[in-house]
Design a protein around this ligand. Structure first.
Ligand code: NAD
Length: 499
């Protein structure tokens, strides 16, 4: 789906002014207030204005939703229906999302501050994901084991049951699709818990899911806080699988909740501190510098695979960093509704202050401040790019996930040193290698501890390849056929045959 950039700032402002928001939870086919009547306030971080009061669910709502999910799963209305039916319904959902793409993109932009052009890109990815996973439904086969002739060993894949998908705010709808599309395609009942910072598009999606024909109780949406409804889902004995995207700290908590309850499967897509390695032999340094700047400053740096550690061979480092600074200077934050804005607002005050704190930390740790970002909160929470050079491995700004527009640059003198620096991290989500030497590219790619390696590009991925991390960046894979595998249990049926 090509992204339509024909709308102007005025068009988007007019559309935003005419929007109405769904604010209720979606439980068992009905839009309802939270049982306790609690709400949370959704704020537009670009203006500070209140968008809506949204239902804030807790354990009582989780109980209702998990009961409905369990009942519909056991009924077989979705879990055992003909695969071609699930495929038809999910393809219809993809069509509806595509039809409402401007509205859904706008909801994400208003809710969490990302530029509208970026939200439109997310919507394109969301539609592709829904279609891809739907198309796989009637193309995945089970297995026949290589037994002796007196037996038939069948390996069946069956849906797990009730999947709780807990997602973050940085790509609200796209991250949602990466979870719910394969989980629904495999026949599970799914409860979605969007981030408390970006619930609006998920609630609109619930309307579209109903219109597409997903049966009541098979897809439900519970907005609310992590420590209330998120925790209740994670501890529920009715939930068979947690599909999580978010921080490493919360991912660790979810594993504990699973251990304290029913040993539910826990799939985690967590944080990163991804190394982007530039060797001196690489060509077209301006283009590489532009890519390195986009790798960290896209989406205000609020990206799990942000290329937040730039490792540059010392013989070209000063020259290369100057080019990155030049590229970054053109990446200023602007009104998220302006299609020309490359960066928007930080998601909220807490995230804005957290990033500023890291910038102070970087200065006090002694890194060289090569580009100091401007901080502006006269209306919303805006931060422009900051670049530190001369990092040493012990500095916190080079080790911890900042989740904001702050780049840390390290120098290296040898391939071996570059690999050691890159792998010296708790995380292992993404890594980049820039070089013209194919032998070096293969050597380095193989040794990087990372879920994905980008060679002479950054973030060049699509629906056909799996996505996920190693080490404390998580486990399990989203996207591709591997995503459906993780929402299925493997069952062996062994039949004795008379010969
Ligand atoms: P977060 O961990 O604070 O929250 C993620 C989700 O978990 C939210 O819905 C939140 O309400 C919920 N949650 C929080 N505490 C919980 C608890 N105790 N029990 C159950 N649920 C709980 O993360 P965030 O701030 O929303 O998102 C940013 C993080 O997400 C970053 O670390 C980023 O790297 C990561 N992320 C990873 C990927 C990936 O694919 N690896 C993609 C996007 C974002």
């Amino acid at each position: 789906m090509a992204v339509d950039n024909t709308k102007t700032l005025a068009d988007w402002q007019a559309k935003a002014a005419s929007l109405s928001f769904e604010t209720r939870a979606f439980i068992n086919g009905e839009f309802v207030a939270a049982v306790a009547g609690s709400t949370l306030t959704s704020i537009n971080p670009a203006t500070g204005s209140v968008l809506a009061e949204v239902a804030s669910c807790d354990a009582l709502d989780a109980e209702r939703a998990t009961q409905a999910a369990r009942a519909t799963f056991e009924s077989g209305v979705w879990s055992r229906c003909h695969p071609s039916k699930r495929k038809r319904v999910l393809l219809r959902l993809a069509d509806l999302v595509e039809t409402h793409r401007d509205e859904l993109a706008l909801l994400d932009t208003l809710d969490m501050g990302k530029p509208i052009s970026s939200s439109l890109g997310d919507l394109a990815g969301t539609v592709v994901c829904l279609r891809y996973q739907a198309e796989c439904i009637d193309k995945l086969y089970g297995e026949v084991a290589p037994t002796g002739e007196n037996a038939l060993g069948l390996v069946l894949r069956e849906p797990m049951g009730v999947v709780a998908a807990i997602v973050p705010w940085n790509f609200p709808l796209m991250m949602t699709s990466w979870k719910i599309a394969p989980a629904l395609a495999a026949g599970n009942s799914v409860i979605l818990k969007p981030s408390e910072k970006s619930p609006l598009s998920a609630l609109r999606l619930a309307h579209l899911a109903q219109e597409a024909g997903i049966p009541d109780g098979v897809f439900q949406v519970l907005p609310g806080y992590g420590h209330t409804v998120g925790k209740a889902l994670a501890l529920s004995m009715q939930v068979d699988c947690l599909a999580f995207t978010g921080s490493t700290a919360v991912g660790k908590q979810l594993m504990q909740y699973a251990g304290q309850s029913n040993l539910k499967r826990v799939f985690l897509e967590c944080g990163g501190k991804s190394p982007n390695i530039v060797f001196a032999d690489c060509q077209h340094l301006d283009a590489v510098a532009q890519s390195a700047a986009e790798a960290i400053f896209h989406n205000q740096g609020e990206v799990c695979i942000a290329g937040s550690r730039l490792l540059v061979e010392n013989s070209i480092r000063k020259d290369f960093v100057a080019r990155v600074v030049k590229a970054a200077e053109h990446m200023q934050p602007g009104d998220p509704l302006d299609p020309g804005s490359f960066m928007g607002a930080m998601v909220d005050e807490a995230q804005y202050l957290r990033v500023l704190d890291y910038i102070r930390q970087g200065k006090s740790e002694g890194a060289t401040l090569t580009l100091e970002g401007e901080a502006n909160h006269s209306q919303g929470y805006f931060l422009s790019p900051t670049i530190f050079d001369d990092l040493t491995p012990d500095m916190r700004i080079g080790r911890e996930e900042i989740f904001g527009p702050v780049l840390s640059v390290f120098g290296f003198d040898s391939e071996e040193q570059a690999i050691a620096l890159a792998n010296d991290s708790d995380f292992g989500l993404a890594a980049g290698v820039w070089s013209q030497d194919i032998d070096r590219i293969m050597r380095v790619s193989r040794r990087l501890q990372s879920g994905q390696v980008y060679v002479n590009n950054w973030a060049g991925i699509d629906q056909t390849v799996p996505f996920g991390g190693v080490k404390q960046s998580g486990n399990g894979r989203d996207k591709s056929l591997h995503a459906q595998e993780k929402y299925c249990e493997v069952k062996t049926v062994w039949m004795s045959l008379s010969v």
